[in-house]
Every structure is written in C-alpha cells, then in structure tokens.
Design a protein around this ligand. Sequence first.
Ligand code: T4K
Length: 364
Amino acid sequence: MSIFVTRSSMPDYEDYIKEVKPIFESHHLTNMGPIYKKLQHQLMAYLGVPQLSMFVNGHLALETVFQAMGLKNCGGEVITTPFTFVSTVHAIVRNGLKPVFCDIKPDDYTIDPEKIEALITDKTVAIVPVHVYGTICDVEAIEAIARKHNLKVVYDAAHAFGVKYKGIGIGNFGDAAMFSFHATKVFNTIEGGAVSFSDESLRRSMHSLKNFGIKDEECIDEIGGNAKMDEFRAAMGICNLRNIDACIAARRAAAERYNERFAGVKGLQLMKTQQDVLPNYAYYAVVIDPEQFGETRDDVYERLKAHDIYARKYFYPAVNEMDCYENTGETPIAAKISRRVLTLPMYADLTVKEVDQISDVILK
Ligand code: T4K
C-alpha cells in the first residue's frame, strides 16, 4: 500500500455523527454558531491562549491579521523567511505589503534573529517568522528586536499546534499567531485555521473582517471578506481534539523510531531537539548532504517513490526562488537547505513497521 507524506487523522465515525446531529435539528450551519463557539472555547483552553478567532483556513486567517492590525496597503515592508509554505508570503503580498526575506539558521531552519536587524528600514512594519515543522523560532530574541524597533510580530504557527515553550502555549508569543487546521496538520477541522492574540481591539476586527466587516445589522464599518469556519468543520475539530494527545504521542513514537534508525548516519541532518519545548512532531525532516551521504535529496526522493513511498520536498523551492517572487533577497542558507531537505511520512497512524520500511529504503 502506498505511504504518503501524511494522512489525515480521522475521528470515530459515530462520534462525528453524534456531534453533527444537532446541526440537522437546528439548521444552524454557519456564521459562528454554537458548535463554533464550543470548539473555540475548547481550543482556547487546550492552546492556553486568551483570544482565538477561527477561520475557514489558515491562509485567510493570516491574511486577515494584517488588515485587522491596520497594515493593509500601508506601503510597509515585512521581514519574513523564504523557508516556508508559500501561503506565508502570499498573505503578506495580498495585503499590499512588501516581503523582505531574511535567511534562516542552518540547524533548525527558523528565521535567524541575528540577520533581522540589518533588514529593518524606516518602512518596516512587522516581522513574520514561521515555526517551521513545529520547531519554534527564537521567540525571545525576536521579541527584543520587535520591541526595540516598535514592530508587530505575527507568527505563522501553522505547524505548531499544541507546542509549548517553557510551559507557555506558543500562541502567546508575538502580537498574533496563526494555526492551520488543514487536513494535513497535527489537528484538523478538514480545512480550517485560527489566530490567537491578546489585544482586545484585535478581537472585534478579526471577528468582523471574516464576516464582511459587519458590526451589526445596520452597521458595516470595515471592508471585510468571508472566511468563517462552519459548524460541520467545527464539529470535526471537537471530535479530533478528543484524540489529540494520543495522536501526538503516536507521532512521537514514529519520530523516535526514525531518530533511532538514522542515528550516526553520515550526511543525514536530523531535526534539532529544542530545550524547554514541548514538541508536536508535526513533520519529520531530514537534510541530506550529498557528498557525505553519497546520494542527493532528489535521488532519495525518487528511490522512495519507486517503493511506493511519497516523501515531499517541503519547502522547495525557497519562496524567493519561486516564479512569482523570483530572486528577491540573498538567503544562501535557505537556498541550500531547500535543495537538500526531504520531509518523510509522519502521521499518527504511521506504524513503527512502516517507519522501518521507509528507513530501510533510505539506508540501503
Ligand atoms: N503556513 C504554513 C507554514 C503552511 O504550511 C500552511 C499550509 C499554511 C500557512 C496555510 O494553511 P492552510 O490555509 O492550508 O490552513 C499541503 C496543505 O494543503 C497545506 O495546508 C500545508 N501548509 C502544506 C505544507 O501542505 P500540499 O499541496 O502539499 O498537499 P497535498 O494535497 O499534496 O497533500 C499531501 C499529502 O497529505 C497527500 O499526499 C495525502 C495527505 N492528505 C492530503 C489531503 C488533502 C490526506 O491524508 N488527506 C487530505 O485530505 O499542501
């Protein structure tokens, strides 16, 4: 049977049917109904965040934050990483903001805070770091820079559901953090996403901008769109949240098995274990040095494919090498990592036997 890079976690069928039954009785399908509110409160407790606004997907959640902060079309520059899924940068650009690419650290692939300050100009309005693969950014160094230069920080925490730093939910760092609840994520609502934040003024805007800017029946005071999470997706979230700890524990077992199998293998750089971090094992990435390993990343990708195993090149090309952002910014480390990285299958249902099967193909 084919093994893909990931496989959506599914709730028990009966559990989901039970959860959606009230929708059939109430006919209340969307527009922040009771199931939306129930999930919102459960997630605020699970993530340990004071405010959470839920969206139809993570991308629109991120896009909306910039507008809610008053940054849309302000002519500002936003410092971000090119080593991410393209959504991060699209969200910036679709707000009329200019992305300025900062290089990443070679050991954990997150934005390098030591390189941020040199990119700050009088037009810089925000920093958008990404907790790539669930590996957290240097949140303390980033906060110090942001405070010194009076910049907003919006984390793309699409991969970081449930991650904690020093016991604090990762959504509490920065001015806002976006989580993705896409089918391929640690926690899914089929499609979905959310933004956590603490500023009360942001709450009203986040709420209204995803609902056409409607304040009340007769007052529309912002130019919003439509990006609300509906009741069926919220029900999926409620069911999946019941199993989340078991899902993360199963991912952990798979990650530990990969680590065991790859320990000491020359030319394979494994993911860094971070101090004071409760991880979520969202992705399992290896960086392949072709000289030491004897094969390129693409060779390994093809060999796995020949065995019906579909690893992915997340994230290649680096965003500033994509056709639509062509050659913007000097980011040699991101360029190098993106050419060498391979994300291996990782999901809650992945068995140790399958991890061994994948590892055998890579190691032979
Ligand atoms: N920021 C970052 C850093 C992100 O990684 C993402 C999304 C976002 C922002 C935006 O968040 P969202 O708006 O998506 O909430 C996938 C996902 O579509 C995307 O959510 C994700 N990042 C990105 C890294 O990966 P594809 O095009 O690579 O996915 P696809 O369809 O090839 O699926 C990969 C594998 O997953 C399949 O081979 C099988 C499995 N799968 C897929 C689907 C769609 C399932 O098991 N069930 C499914 O329903 O983009």
